[in-house]
Write a protein that binds this ligand. Structure first.
Ligand code: C2E
Ligand code: MG
Ligand code: MG
Ligand code: MG
Length: 282
């Protein structure tokens, strides 16, 4: 009987969890095909300068056009991608797609601001991430400064990889680094000191509470002071309204990202936005 198997007794034989396991196995099989069938695509969310709302960057966000289930968001498949190891291939696909997009726009005479790519901890395991990115940059003839790598604090728990070396080699080669979702995971001040990051992104959970919580305002400005003292720019994620924007500016945030400034853009919307901006400037 399942009950006799000790602490995990509710896990292995619960019909509900069995259903979840089967569902995840289905997602994994579908995801495996998705890469080859061209079902993955990227959208790009603007990041703006806090002072004047000019575009400073874009963040590439993965979407999956599933043949039956329709458009899926990362929360519906990233866990399976990570647990199954498919994230390695998907991650390579994302890096290729971003570099290709930059070069295609460049050929059309459209200059995009830098593009941030989310990288899962697992993608560091093979120790080849930097070479992979540099290889794509060379293949498509773009500048390293056009790519930003976003990592999460979760990565810092992973002692199996020669992480700092890989991060430093990214920086040495002109690729910038952002610490994503800051404040939600394992924030060690030791690591913050050692990490060669250019930007620190304050997670949207803090931003969403800023209007009503003096504590969250204090946390945000303290993180801001610390980041500035360490030479990093501070980015606030998930900015949805004017009140948040004003408070974040007052708290010293340098860059802002969120629905207030724009949701993620399709490639056509990117063209409309940055093609026009380029035309106006000339
Ligand atoms: P993230 O890197 O923190 O990305 C920000 C998420 O917040 C995005 O969700 C974005 O659509 C959402 N967001 C932006 N502004 C607002 C706002 O004002 N309000 C609210 N409520 N949400 C906002 P998305 O696209 O669903 O991505 C979720 C997560 O999936 C990302 O979090 C990132 O961790 C992961 N992810 C996305 N694309 C990739 C990828 O290509 N590779 C990897 N490894 N992870 C990815
Ligand atoms: Mg991110
Ligand atoms: Mg984030
Ligand atoms: Mg987040």
């Amino acid at each position: 009987e399942a009950k006799s198997s000790g602490r995990n007794r509710h896990c292995f034989f619960s019909p509900k969890l069995n259903q979840i396991a089967q569902f995840n196995a289905g997602v994994e099989a579908d995801l495996r095909r998705a890469i080859d069938n061209d079902e993955l695509f990227l959208e790009y969310q603007p990041i703006v300068e806090a002072s004047d709302a000019s575009y400073t960057g874009l963040e590439a966000l993965l979407r999956w056009q599933h043949p039956v289930r329709g458009r899926l968001m990362p929360n519906e498949f990233m866990r399976v991608a990570n647990d199954s190891g498919l994230i390695d291939r998907i991650g390579q696909w994302v890096i290729d797609a971003v570099c290709r997009q930059i070069s295609e726009f460049k050929a059309e005479g459209i200059r995009l601001p830098h593009i941030a790519i989310n990288i899962s901890p697992r993608q560091f395991h093979a120790g080849k991430l930097c070479d992979e990115i540099l290889g794509k940059i060379a293949q498509y003839g773009i500048q390293p400064g056009q790519i930003v790598v976003e990592i999460t604090e979760e990565l810092l728990l992973d002692q199996s990889v020669k992480l700092m070396e890989q991060l430093r080699s990214l920086r040495r080669n002109g690729i910038e680094l952002s610490i994503d979702d800051f404040g939600t995971g394992y924030s060690s001040l030791q690591y913050l000191r050692d990490l060669p990051a250019n930007r620190l992104k304050i997670d949207q959970t803090f931003v969403s509470r800023i209007e009503h919580s003096a504590t969250d305002r204090a946390i945000i400005s303290t993180i801001g002071h610390l980041a500035h003292a360490l030479g990093m720019r501070v980015v606030a994620e998930g900015v949805e309204n004017e009140a948040q924007r004003m408070l974040l500016r007052a708290s010293g945030c340098d860059e802002l990202q969120g629905y207030l400034f724009g949701r993620s853009l399709t490639v056509d919307q990117l063209r409309a936005t940055f093609g026009q901006a380029a035309a106006v400037q000339q």
